[in-house]
Design a protein around this ligand. Structure first.
Ligand SMILES: [Zn+2]
Length: 297
């Protein structure tokens, strides 16, 4: 049984990691947290954080957060703030890199069930999630315009692309994709899927546009891997799901790719200029002054 400690301050986290893995449904069936050394929660201005599991890959420590701590069976009060709590803690822990994973539906005929994609752009169609982690958590943040010319981290993307090409089935790895984020907790209707396709989406999933936004605002390098499980409703005669056994085997490979990605990310010397503008001033924001007054409205 893993011990989960309720801590008061980030300096009580004895195992410092520079990388985190946050995942929706890919690691769901693999019980990754059961391999954790221990777990902790921290207070945030939006409430107690989800559990951060302390894990190790090839000797490299990392944090693992599952579904932003959201328990979907009783998510009505939690789903809006789970994301803010997760990203606040990633920030106060000084995490440099985040790798995210999720299952996705396909909106484009080139992206078939059973394929994987490393997204390079997104369209945010969520309605209730905070538009900005800064305005959600901190009182009077300075006006900033975090830039999204390159919406995900090119260095971390390159790591996942390289691993995916090494380990996944040839011809089934997409090095680019535009991800549409809808909040769920349901699939799109046929009319919604046609709209999402028409505006330029390749894939649809529920987390990663918000994550990419918060990462960029906080100066955290971020990349995401998506496993295509189905064709979005109504775009083809049948919804075409990956057969369960194939899905399990491919999911295990995705977990392997993400975990190796965590270790490679931690070991790299970053020269990325797309994410933080400078090490001392992530995303060009005067976070030092903002951090004085975290508040949740
Ligand atoms: Zn970067």
């Amino acid at each position: 049984m893993i011990t989960v400690q309720r801590l008061d301050t980030p300096d009580q986290v004895t195992e410092k990691a520079t990388v985190a893995l946050i995942d929706g449904s890919i690691t769901w069936t693999y019980g990754l947290q059961e391999q954790a050394e221990w777990g902790f929660t921290l207070p945030t201005p939006a409430g107690e954080s989800p559990t951060f599991f302390v894990m190790r890959q090839d000797g490299v420590p990392y944090y693992y957060v599952h579904f932003h701590g959201v328990e979907f069976r009783s998510a009505s009060a939690n789903v809006q703030v789970g994301f803010s709590r997760t990203w606040y803690v990633l920030h106060v822990l000084g995490v440099r890199d985040v790798i995210s994973g999720a299952a996705a539906g396909s909106l484009h005929r080139d992206y078939r069930p059973g394929d994987i994609a490393i997204i390079d752009d997104f369209i945010d169609l969520s309605h209730h999630r905070p538009r900005s982690i800064l305005t959600e958590i901190w009182e009077r943040p300075p006006y900033i315009g975090a830039t999204f010319a390159e919406p995900t981290c090119p260095e971390l993307r390159a790591i996942l692309i390289s691993l995916a090409n090494e380990r996944f089935r040839r011809g089934h790895v997409h090095e680019r994709a535009v991800l549409v984020e809808e909040e769920g907790h349901r699939f799109s209707t046929p009319a919604e899927a046609r709209m999402q396709k028409l505006i330029g989406g390749d894939l649809i999933a529920h987390h990663q546009a918000s994550e990419a936004i918060y990462a960029r605002e906080l100066g955290i390098h971020y990349t995401a891997l998506n496993y295509v499980t189905n064709i979005a409703e109504g775009l083809e005669p049948n919804m075409a799901w990956v057969p369960p056994e194939e899905g399990r085997a491919a999911g295990a490979l995705c977990v392997e790719i993400m975990l190796e990605g965590v270790a490679r990310a931690a070991r790299r010397t970053s020269t990325c200029t797309a994410c933080p503008r400078s090490g001392d001033d992530p995303a060009g924001i005067a976070l030092g002054s903002v951090l004085m007054k975290p508040v949740y409205h």
